[in-house]
Structure formats: structure tokens, C-alpha cells
Design a protein around this ligand. Structure first.
Ligand code: PEP
Ligand code: MG
Length: 850
């Protein structure tokens, strides 16, 4: 049954219910159809057979696309498709069965259109299943022509049958976030939907086409629809388009307000010549002056390694699916941390890789015989190049997004193509979207003199690491940071969280002078850093450093540390791609003890979860990871992680801790459990420790717990019966007490550890500990703040452990005050209504800045 279908481009010839005896017979039959309809010279049929010899044209899901060699395109007289439906299936290649043979005779542009429809179709397995058995050729015709009239973002176009007119009122135009919402809405409708601006029109279901319209605020557009329930589709589009206006305006307003706030003076260094400023949140103090460098992945060469279309197609498919999963996880995570608006970045990126033009282009290149990675890379480059060539900054940003997400897919296709990061040789202020803690840990302070991230919060581990490394850092600077041109001169103030661009020579000189004065003050403090933190009335506060590896110990000791109050062992896991074994861990703990030469070391057992995700552990994703299986909860569920670590620690104790060595805060080795919430948890952990200690034949070492959740602070008296010491993790305690995710950029300014509610919890902890004569340390970030340290000492904390660089300043401040006044200060602080009121107590009387 042969049915030429008129008025369609390309011409569509469908033969239902065929049963060719083999592949060659099928190709000949299809070629004969095309030839009889005048689409091809009969010689093109031979070309199709030759192509099949060099490349398998099985596209996937029972669809094959025989077509001629590129060099034989001149044999095509008119674009046409010959479709053979093979309900019984035909063995095509290596166990692949063809049910729909779509022979293509087309010039390249038509070829892409056909492939786009086919790639769309092969994603719909249920429909393909129907097409295999249907007796209605209209079903097949419909499937292959559905978007035939959809215009691309070029050329003039008539509107579809129903329309509404709208003037773009998004202050920053139609950028990727709202555009992807339009696409989502349009795709949920069966009708065709088109957006036209002047003579340019785009399919509303195609993100790249929409973005190519380059719509700016004030542009007039016509949105029209045609087909199934066109009126309903148009109403949905209208609601989606206009519904975003308020949010877009509010976002622009927020950006304007932030910029206005940023223009005002701050406590600290201020420029005189009003340079452009990017406000963020101070994460690591200090001033850096130099050119900015926006972190971009290194150029990689993608080899062209042809492979059968089947396995290539499967690999591309799998890579796209894995990347989509990755982007979904990123979007979910970002939505939790930063809100819906920022998560939209990743949703838009997911739309980009689902773009049919892109997939088709890649498929076409593969069908032409290129390797999958090469074809994908080429396709991404071609489309990104088209977007950048339009000279519109919004679209240039999308091109960057497309390349970025393209790299993700590439790394999925072939892990060897994962791109690293390139840094210039000259020292620079590094700009990045965000950095994983392990990326930050790997930064070389000689080359990266400052760090500014678009996302992140001041108590994130990235910020903590930047302080450890002594790199001035600002976080939460917003996505606009990423658009800065490499080499732009800047001043980064990590104390106030501001990045000043193209500063005048005068401002550079004044910032350098300010930095010098700060250095002199630090030098003054440093001269006395080896002295104990003894208050003027003779009360000594123990001072430790937060250090994660033995190489950092000498620096910490040089800064005046009396021991290590917190070793975060999760970094042993984060910094490498696999789980360190018991022996590796033992070596590290022994090296730490040796480097400390008898001084106290508190090792915290693995604290994984929350923002410290270890990819290679493949832990299940959680909706609320900070409220999920993290810290001690994970340890108790994963003896395979906890027990080797405890064995390594007790082996180190057996070797380095003499029997009868001091206990309490002077013990050479203490073990500490993270994120404890209840007494039973402590009892279970103790039991495991005791069992392993006996097995190893190690001496007893103090076992402590972290107080990081309000429940533990409130029950401190109960918990104190079962452990030897407490260390308060104020970063987490603040997060849980104030219900502010420590990575939430919007709420970061409110996540102040000096909030009176947090101070009262610390006070309760000290009281609970005192009842059982336990010592209390603090190892959260506020311990390294000189004023915070004064309050903590006044609340009854015995030991403060901090980033080594904070040591001299804290010691100097404590040495300048009396414990009596600190106790009174702490009592006053607990009685305040908010954190701002507490900070206002930082006056010259207690050695503050006034
Ligand atoms: C804390 O929560 O304050 C703490 C020291 O632990 P971490 O920052 O590693 O979660
Ligand atoms: Mg913590």
C-alpha cells in the first residue's frame, strides 16, 4: 500500500505492513519508492547501500535511517522520506531489530529536520510501539511531520491561528530562566506555539530558538498557537509569560538595592573614588589587589574516534541522561540552599541539553561517521558559536552555559575528557561559581591571592578553608561576578565582602596602605603569639588550632597554637577519590601526633553529610541532608567506615600515648564524635570504641562529643555523664538553632553565631559540663573572632580552637582583658534581643574597635 503524501516537505512515502527479507532488500525497496516518486536518481540507492557498509544507520528503538553518502547528495532531486513499516521486525545489525525504516533523501538542512523529528520520536517508546503495529498510515505520517511547520528563529513567519500580543516587561529581558519556564509550559501543550518578534519567530518549545530572539525589556511580541486545544494552550502561555513579570521585576529590584547598599561606606577600608563594586559576604579577611581570573575549564582536545552508531547513540543517550540527573540534583540542592530563582540556572541548563537541534546535530555528525564525543563537542560548539555571534550579552551568557553543560556531557561520554581548571601564571583574584571544599583546599596561595565566589556562605567549608589558607575571600557575590573579563584589575576586601573593579591608582594606594597598617597590627599581635592567652587577672584559656593534616601543624604551632582542638578527618576522604584504608589513616594520625610532639590532639571521627558530600561513597541523596544521616548518625549506620578509623586511631594511641599519660584537655590524643543528638548515640559509640580499644590493646583516651544541635546543648548535663569533654561546633549550632542552612546565601547575614539564642545554648552547655567537671572547647568559626572569643571565655568555655591565622589576634585580645569583665560581658550579651545588639557591646573598654 503506497501513499504519496502531498504538500509536505520533504515528500513522505509510506508503505505499511512490509516484510523485506533482509537489510539490503529493505534499502532497495525504500530506494525504489524514492526513485519512483522522483526524489532521487536510482544511483542514490546504491549510495545508501554503500553507506550501510561503512556505518550502521540504526538510530535506536527500532528506527533505522538509511541514507546516501555525503558526496552523493547531488543524486537527490527532491527531499523525500520513504518509510517502511515492518511489524514483524527485521534483523538490522548485531541483534538490532528494525520496525520503522526511514530512508532519507535530503539536502543537509532537511536531513537535520528529519533527524530532529526522529530523535524526538525515539524518546517516546510507547508511541513507537503503537507505530510498529498500527494499520493507519496517518499515525506514521503524523509522527514524522508533527513539527514540520515549526519555524526556527530566523526568517519571517506568519502567526498561528490564535494569538495574544505582549510587551516584554522583564527588566533584564528574556534570559534563560524565564525562557525555560516558557518552554516547560509550551511543551506541556499539544498545540504548536510560536513566539514572534518583528520578522523573527521561534518555536516556543525550543529554548535555543527562543533565546535567539534576544528579547529585551520593551520588545513587542506576538505569541500564537495552533492545533489541539489552541485556546487553552494560549491561555496557559499567557499565564506563564505574564505570571513571571512580578518575580522578574522583584529580582531586578533586589539587585538594584544590593548595588545601592554596596555603594555605602563600610566599617573597614573604603575607596575614595567610587569604583564599581560587587557586594558579597566577607568570608576570609584581608585585602587582595590584582587582576581577576574567572575560573574556566581548560581547553581539551576531543579525538574523533568513530564507532558504530548504535553504541555511540547509546553512549550519548546515557551521557545525556546522567547529565540530566546531575543537573536535577544540582537544581534541587541549589533550590534548597539559595532558592528557586538560582536553581533555575540548572533547570535552564537541563533544557539546553534536551534541545532537539543540539541532539540532532550530534546524531547527524555521528551518522556521518564521527565519534560520539567528537560529534557532541562539535554540535555544542556550533550552536554556542551561533549564540555568541549574535552580539547579545544575554545570549553570550547562554553560549557559556551551553559550553559548560556540554562539558558535563562530554565527561559522561568519556571520563578521560573531564576538564581541569587552568590558572594564569600571574597571581590573580580567582572568581568561581562556587568551589568544592577539595578545590579550595588545592589552591596555591601564591597564585590565588584572593577568592570571590558567586555562591556559597561564610560558614561553608570553602570559606573555612580560605581562612585556613590565609586567602582573602568573599562569597555570595552573585552570578554577575562570572561575567567579569579576565584581567580586570580589582581590589578584594575579604573582611567587608566587596570586590572593587578598575580602582583608581589612588584607591589602590590607599588599599595597600590599609593592608600595611593591618599587617603592622598583626605583627604586633604576632610578636606575643607564643605567650599563653592569660587574662590580666591570671585566668588561662587553652588555645588550639583547627588543622587537618600533619603538614599544617608547624605553621599552627608557629602561630601560637598549644595543640590541635579539631582535626576534621573527613578531608582525608574528600581530598582523594577513594576511601583511605586503616593503614593510611594510621600513618596520618601518627604523623599528626609526632608533629605535635606531646601537645594535645583532638581527632574528630568522620563527619560526612550536609555540605560535606563524598561522591565516591555513593550515599543516597536526601531531601534535607543537614537534617539527615550525617555525623554520628552515619557512623553508626556504617561500621565499614567507622571501625577502620577507630582501629587506626587506637593503633596510633598504642604507639604514641604512654600509659598513664595525662587525660582531659592535656591528653596527647582524644577522640571526638560529631553531631551528637542523644545519650543512646553516645553509649553505642562508646561501646564500639571500647571494644576496638581492647582488641587493639590500646590505652584509654578521652572520648568527647561535639555539641552542635540544640538538643545536645539542652541535655548537656545528661550527656556529660557519658563522655570526657565537649567541643561546641558553633557553625552547626547556629545553623540548627536559627534554622538557617549554613550555605544559604540569602540568609547568611542573619546566621550570626553571636545571636543571643546561640549564646544561651553555649551557656547551658558550659553549665551542664560543669556539673560533671567536664571541660568545654569551642571549635566553630566564632572562636577565631577576637570579640567572640571574649564572650565564649566569659560564658565559661575552657578552650578555643580556630584557624591558625586567627590565633595571634585572639590571644592578644584575651591577654588585654580581665575574666571578671568577660563574665559580665557574656551575661549582658545573653540578655540582648538580637545579634546586632550583642555586637554593639564590642567597645574599646574590652579592647574592641569602638
Ligand atoms: C561546627 O559545626 O562548628 C564545626 C566545627 O564543625 P564543621 O564546621 O566541620 O561542621
Ligand atoms: Mg559541625
Amino acid at each position: 500500500m503506497l501513499a504519496p503524501t502531498p504538500n509536505l516537505t520533504p515528500r513522505l512515502l509510506i508503505r505499511m505492513g512490509t516484510a523485506p527479507k533482509d537489510k539490503v532488500a529493505a534499502i532497495r525497496e525504500a530506494a525504489q519508492l524514492l526513485s519512483a516518486a522522483g526524489c532521487i536518481d536510482p544511483a542514490y540507492g546504491e549510495s545508501m547501500l554503500r553507506r550501510e557498509e561503512v556505518a550502521n544507520t540504526y538510530l535506536g528503538h527500532g528506527v533505522v535511517i538509511p541514507h546516501g553518502m555525503v558526496d552523493d547528495r547531488h543524486l537527490v532531486r527532491q527531499s523525500g522520506l520513504a518509510v517502511l513499516q515492518v511489524p514483524g521486525g527485521l534483523e538490522w545489525h548485531d541483534g538490532q531489530t528494525a520496525h520503522l525504516i526511514v530512508a532519507i533523501a535530503a539536502q543537509s538542512d532537511t536531513h537535520i529536520t528529519v533527524l530532529r523529528r526522529l530523535t524526538r520520536l525515539i524518546q517516546d517508546e510507547a508511541r513507537l510501539e503503537r507505530l510498529r503495529g498500527t494499520r493507519r498510515q496517518e499515525d506514521i505520517a503524523e509522527a514524522l511531520t508533527e513539527d514540520s511547520a515549526a519555524p526556527a528563529a530566523s526568517g519571517s513567519a506568519a502567526d498561528l491561528s490564535q494569538r495574544f500580543d505582549w510587551t516584554v516587561d522583564y527588566p533584564t529581558g528574556l534570559h534563560a530562566r524565564p525562557a525555560s519556564h516558557w518552554v516547560e509550559t509550551a511543551r506541556a501543550c499539544a498545540a504548536r506555539i510560536q513566539v514572534r518578534h518583528g520578522s523573527q519567530a521561534a518555536d516556543a518549545k525550543n529554548l535555543i530558538a527562543l533565546l535567539q530572539l534576544g528579547l529585551r525589556c520593551g520588545d513587542e511580541v506576538v505569541i500564537s498557537a495552533e492545533g489541539d486545544d489552541e485556546a487553552g494552550a494560549l491561555a496557559k502561555m499567557c499565564a506563564a509569560v505574564t505570571g513571571l513579570s512580578a518575580g522578574e521585576k522583584a529580582a531586578a529590584q533586589r539587585a538594584a538595592e544590593a548595588a545601592a547598599r554596596a555603594a555605602g561606606p563600610v566599617a573597614g577600608w573604603n575607596p575614595a573614588d567610587a569604583p564599581r563594586v560587587h557586594p558579597g559576604i566577607g568570608a576570609s579577611p584581608g585585602i587582595a589587589i590584582g587582576p581577576v581570573h574567572v575560573l574556566a575549564a581548560t581547553e581539551i582536545t576531543v579525538p574523533d574516534e568513530p564507532e558504530p552508531l548504535t553504541s555511540g547513540g547509546d553512549r550519548l543517550h546515557a551521557a545525556l541522561a546522567a547529565t540530566a540527573d546531575q543537573l536535577k540534583a544540582l537544581a534541587d540542592d541549589t533550590e534548597r540552599r539559595l532558592g528557586k530563582a538560582d536553581a533555575g540556572i540548572f533547570k535552564a541548563q537541563a533544557e539546553l541539553i534536551a534541545d532537539t537541534d543540539l541532539i540532532t546535530l550530534a546524531c547527524q555528525l555521528m551518522v556521518e561517521g564521527h565519534g560520539v564525543a567528537f560529534a557532541w563537542d562539535r554540535a555544542v560548539e556550533r550552536l554556542a558559536g551561533q549564540l555568541s555571534a549574535l552580539g547579545n550579552p544575554v545570549l553570550a551568557g547562554r553560549a557559556a552555559d551551553l559550553r559548560d553543560v556540554g562539558r558535563r556531557v562530554l565527561a559522561q561520554i568519556d571520563p578521560a575528557l573531564k576538564s581541569g581548571h587552568d590558572l594564569p601564571d600571574e597571581p590573580c583574584i580567582l572568581i568561581a561559581p562556587d568551589l568544592a571544599p577539595s578545590d579550595t583546599a588545592g589552591l596555591d596561595p601564591a597564585r590565588v591571592i584572593g577568592l570571590a565566589t558567586a555562591q556559597g556562605g561564610p560558614t561553608s567549608h570553602t570559606a573555612i578553608l580560605a581562612r585556613t589558607l590565609g586567602i582573602p575571600a568573599m562569597v555570595a557575590g552573585g552570578a554577575a561576578l562570572l561575567g567579569l573579563a579576565n584581567g580586570t584589575n580589582a581590589i578584594l576586601d575579604g573582611a567587608t565582602g566587596r570586590l572593587y573593579l578598575d580602582p583608581s591608582a589612588g584607591d589602590v594606594a590607599s588599599a595597600a596602605a590599609w593592608r600595611e597598617r593591618q599587617r603592622e597590627k598583626a605583627d604586633e599581635e604576632a610578636r606575643e603569639r607564643a605567650l599563653p592567652a592569660r587574662t590580666r587577672d591570671g585566668h588561662v584559656v587553652a588555645i588550639g588550632a583547627n588543622v587537618n593534616n600533619p603538614e599544617q601543624v608547624p605553621f599552627a604551632l608557629d602561630q601560637g597554637a598549644e595543640g590541635v582542638g579539631l582535626m576534621r578527618t573527613e578531608f582525608l576522604f574528600l581530598e582523594r577519590g577513594d576511601t583511605p584504608g586503616e593503614d593510611d589513616q594510621f600513618e596520618t594520625y601518627r604523623a599528626m601526633l609526632r608533629a605535635l610532639d606531646g601537645r594535645p590532639l583532638i581527632v574528630r571521627t568522620l563527619d560526612i553529610g550536609g555540605d560535606k558530600q563524598v561522591a565516591h561513597l555513593h550515599l543516597p541523596r536526601e531531601e534535607n541532608p543537614f537534617l539527615g544521616v550525617r555525623g554520628a548518625r552515619l557512623l553508626l549506620r556504617r561500621p565499614d567506615l567507622m571501625e577502620p578509623q577507630l582501629r587506626a586511631l587506637y593503633r596510633a594511641a598504642r604507639e604514641c600515648v604512654a600509659p598513664g599519660a595525662p587525660t582531659g584537655k592535656d591528653a596527647p590524643l582524644s577522640i571526638m564524635m560529631p553531631m551528637i543528638t542523644s545519650v543512646p548515640e553516645v553509649l553505642r559509640l562508646r561501646e564500639v570504641c571500647d571494644r576496638i580499644r581492647v582488641e587493639i590493646g590500646a590505652p584509654e583516651v578521652p572520648l568527647g562529643i561535639m555539641i552542635e544541635v540544640p538538643a545536645a546543648a539542652i541535655q548537656a548535663d545528661a550527656l556529660a555523664q557519658y563522655c570526657d569533654f565537649f567541643s561546641i561546633g558553633t557553625n552547626d549550632l547556629t545553623q540548627y538553632a536559627l534554622a538557617i542552612d549554613r550555605q544559604n546565601t540569602d540568609l547568611a547575614p542573619e546566621a550570626d553565631s553571636l545571636h543571643p539564642a546561640v549564646l544561651r545554648l553555649i551557656h547551658m552547655t558550659c553549665e551542664g559540663a560543669a556539673r560533671h567537671r567536664r571541660f568545654v572547647g569551642v571549635c566553630g568559626g566564632i572562636a577565631g573572632d577576637p570579640f567572640g572569643a571574649c564572650l565564649l571565655a566569659g560564658l565559661g568555655v575552657h578552650e578555643l580552637s580556630m584557624t591558625p591565622r586567627d590565633l595571634p589576634g585572639v590571644k592578644a585580645r584575651l591577654r588585654a582583658v580581665e575574666m571578671g569583665e568577660l563574665r559580665a560581658l557574656a551575661a549582658r550579651a545573653c540578655a540582648q534581643e538580637d545579634a546586632a545588639a550583642v555586637r554593639a557591646l564590642d567597645t574599646a573598654e574590652i579592647g574592641g574597635a569602638a
